[in-house]
Design a binder for this molecule. Sequence first.
Ligand SMILES: Cc1ncc(COP(=O)(O)O)c(C=O)c1O
Length: 382
Amino acid sequence: MIYFDNSATTRPYPQVVEVVKRAMEAYYGNPSSLHQKGLEAESVLKQARAVAAQYLGCKPSEILFTSGGTESNNTALKGVAFQYQGRGKHIVTTSVEHPAVYDVCKQLEAFGFTVTYLPVDREGRVSVEDVKKAVTSDTILVSVMHVNNELGTIQPIAEIGAWLRQFPKTLFHVDAVQGVGKVPLRLKEWGIDLASISAHKFHGPRGIGILYKREGLIIQPLLTGGGQEGGVRSGTENLPAIAGLAKAFRLMTEEGSRDAEHIAALTRQLRAGLAAIPEVVINTPEQGSAPHIINLSFPGMKAEVILHALEERGFLVSTKSACSSKKDEPSRVLMATGMDKERALSAIRISLGRENTADEVEAFLAAVKEVSSVSSYRKAKV
Ligand SMILES: Cc1ncc(COP(=O)(O)O)c(C=O)c1O
């Protein structure tokens, strides 16, 4: 099977698997224990934090290990909301956030917060002007994702961060889960206060991530207990996964730019081939999008039908509605771009990775051509 679903998750680097295994075997001590095994584990933890900080361009003390993107987003949003509710109860976000931000905002509304969900343009991009208009003296947080997970659209994080600098009491959170390793992230330069990162999106282990929290910023913890991770995230550290995450950062430092060029070349090849198939429409903007994601529609067909037809031909891709419980509802993200329902219901996402090849893309294009011309696939009612 050819794996084109790298935005859902990536295959870990073999060296990461090795490091995780070795850490489980050798560093089983609790980093909080005072004896030798504890100190060894603590030293691994310290090294991993330093590696992550170096990759992200911040201080080790600004790295908080969490269980992944979902927890980092929840901690950032709820942590700010509960800490600063006395200052204001308004949050600004976008209509295209991942559910780990969007649904947290919905939950916070139930707790009495007011949330502005900014619209996006046809490419899925929020306007900096709209952010400026939405922020009031009551706004405690602006949360905007870096790279959209369905479309690949890059949001104007640098511009929003630059403008927000004049309002130090309005914090800036970025869900950077889909961007790390794919597009540059400048935490300091862009004035980011909090950022969410997840290792399994860049060939690290599942269930481990980072919440970057700017030095000096106080937020309420989601999990209280033993006081690990600066008191913001209690719980015995998942040391093997943390060591694996650090290994993934090291490998990205060594191989990341070569991989990025390779993936960008594959995406160009994919785009050029798709442009020659009249039955498909590319939804991902050509400019200002991450190099690994291409979202495309097969108008008149149902996304699930296409997904399974491609799977029968050996290709693993994804559709929003396959993982949605309300099967016939189109993607919230695609609908927010003003796309019609039929096109949104026929959308699939291809996400490329470092292991994909030009031959695989060529074979995929042939499969798309074939699938898009099978008239029986059009019978399934959209
Ligand atoms: C943009 C974005 N944010 C958050 C998450 C959640 O990350 P995790 O799977 O590590 O909880 C994802 C995962 O798909 C994502 O794409």
